[in-house]
Design a binder for this molecule. Structure first.
Ligand code: SAM
Length: 252
């Protein structure tokens, strides 16, 4: 079972190995069969009389069973989502899990993903990051999610719709502070690729009322380490020593 990454914009961002896998698999399954046909055509890969099946995790167990059946019969199945890496905010999880549970070889032809592309361009630390997928659409739920992530010690990465990005940045500024550094990456690898960097409040004002178009990744820097004043430190140490002497006294 091969999970194959496909381009997130520029059609030539596909690996030679991904093309080999697509050329040699016995069965191809795709989230969107039209995009797959187009991709095969662009790269001169003939489908021939091989089956091309539409599959996404919600298309139900029936197609999944069919694909697992091909694997049991010793066929090589290649699966690609519409763009980027399958399973990353895209279908494939149930297929991968069930294929592995059934004892089939599960492997990948890796390649582009908007998360990694955005991290390489945003100018924010990459030593640790947290991918938050798409935040909830409803304002209250979105703020609650952002609150839960406020102190994560790594860069936060979100996929966001162009219609909601300004609102999302406003909410993030409110929850995480106006001055947190952030980046909005739009249309990565495409003609109108753009990376805006700035504080959450500056980016929120820049995009407020703008008819944003295209695909978007939002990145937010981790919280600055809390500054501890000398007074706070002395107070914390005094409290700690006090509790130790109370414990010593109790121990006799
Ligand atoms: N599987 C894909 C991947 O590996 O990145 C992600 C699929 S998800 C359904 C689609 C979302 O990914 C878009 O709404 C956008 O947030 C982000 N995305 C995909 N391609 C992008 C691009 N070229 N530029 C910016 N964001 C992109």
């Amino acid at each position: 079972m091969y999970f194959v990454a496909t381009p997130i914009g520029s059609a030539r961002d596909i690996t030679l190995r991904a093309l080999d896998v697509l050329a040699s698999a016995d069965v191809i399954a795709a989230e969107d069969t039209r995009s797959m046909r187009r991709l095969l055509e662009i790269h001169g890969v003939a489908l021939g009389d091989r089956p091309l099946l539409s599959y996404h995790d919600h298309s139900g167990a029936r197609t999944r069973e069919k694909l697992l059946g091909f694997l049991s019969a010793g066929k090589a199945v290649a699966y690609a989502s519409e763009a980027g890496t399958p399973l990353i905010a895209d279908p494939g999880y149930h297929l991968s899990k069930e294929a592995a549970e059934a004892g089939h070889l599960v492997t990948s032809a890796p390649g582009p993903s908007a998360i990694i592309t955005a991290l390489t361009l945003a100018g924010l630390p990459t030593d640790a990051f947290f991918f938050g997928g798409f935040l909830p659409n409803a304002k209250g739920a979105r703020r609650t999610s952002l609150e839960a992530l406020r102190d994560v010690p790594g860069t936060l990465v979100f996929y966001e719709s162009p219609r909601r990005v300004a609102e999302m940045l406003k909410d993030a500024a409110r929850v995480m502070g106006d001055d947190r550094q952030a980046a909005v990456c739009r249309e990565l690898t495409k003609k109108f690729e753009e990376v805006r960097r700035g504080t959450l409040s500056d980016l929120a004002s820049e995009l407020d009322g703008v008819n944003v178009k295209g695909e978007i990744v939002v990145l937010i820097d981790r919280a600055a380490p809390r500054e501890i004043s000398d007074e706070d430190l002395t107070e914390a140490l005094t409290e700690a020593l006090k509790s130790m002497s109370v414990r010593d006294a109790a121990d006799g």
